[in-house]
Design a protein around this ligand. Sequence first.
Ligand code: CP
Ligand code: NVA
Length: 305
Amino acid sequence: MRGRDFLTIRDFTHEELCQLVGLAREMKGHPEKYARALKGRALALIFEKPSLRTRVSFDVGIQQLGGFAVTLTQAEINLGKRESIHDVAMNLDRMTQGIMIRTFGHDIVEQMAEYSRVPVINGLTDFSHPCQAIADYMTVLEHKGRLGGIRLAYVGDGNNVANSLIFAGARYGIHVTVASPRGFEPAADVVEWARTQGARTGSTCIVTEDPVEAVRGADVVYTDTWTSMGQEAEADERRRVFRPYQVNSALFAEASADALFMHCLPAHRGEEVTDDIIDSPHSVVFDQAENRLHAQKAIMFSVMP
Ligand code: CP
Ligand code: NVA
């Protein structure tokens, strides 16, 4: 994987994704063995949207590997306005060994990758959040002891996080059922891809409008914010549309008795999830957050020169 960009889960095979999760677990268990693995390497972190977990986990992660991060906000580089994506990429690849970018359009990370000679890592776009999916399925593996055959119900917006869970689910052999209101489902081509690829791993991908149907018997119940970054103007309308999709005790009771509750965070308590569920013993949301660190160390170590 050395030298490759990490833009979407679709670009990686089942074997490569299993290797990443395996390495992440090894790094979590034996961090000291990797303390010099990326010694002296510089990673640029570009943020055009806010972040807590992504920012801290990449910064701490590269330091734990012996390297260091340079964080750039939109106010500093004003990507595409002060300077073109092309020119930013051509500058950063002279001074760093990797670029992590969180932005809006997925085409922006694709352009950055096209112009940069160092690997580009997608730290979230409107389309996908691949680092999150690796950390999430690592968390499922830790708690359930397997990935193949796991039944995951994603309840809510068919957004970037849902897309990456669907892609990775197909690769890892996980049955993903998405319950979304009409008009907010994952894109048809995302689901189609998962169904085609899933045929190889034995996984399925189902989309329904009925949250109870999705959650019934599930091993994992996952939700995310109803209003993603950049959609703030739609927040009131979304609160109304998504109200029946709240993960609360009544809905969670439909899942299997030992089901996990998952959320990429930040959570909007009282909206997509109630306190009693996110704070319950079923909830592994802070394990997911911690695993961002380990998963991204594995990704950086695998792709950065
Ligand atoms: N889950 C996640 O990506 O969190 P941040 O937006 O805080 O980085
Ligand atoms: N779907 C959310 C994920 C945040 C980590 C967003 O894009 O805002």
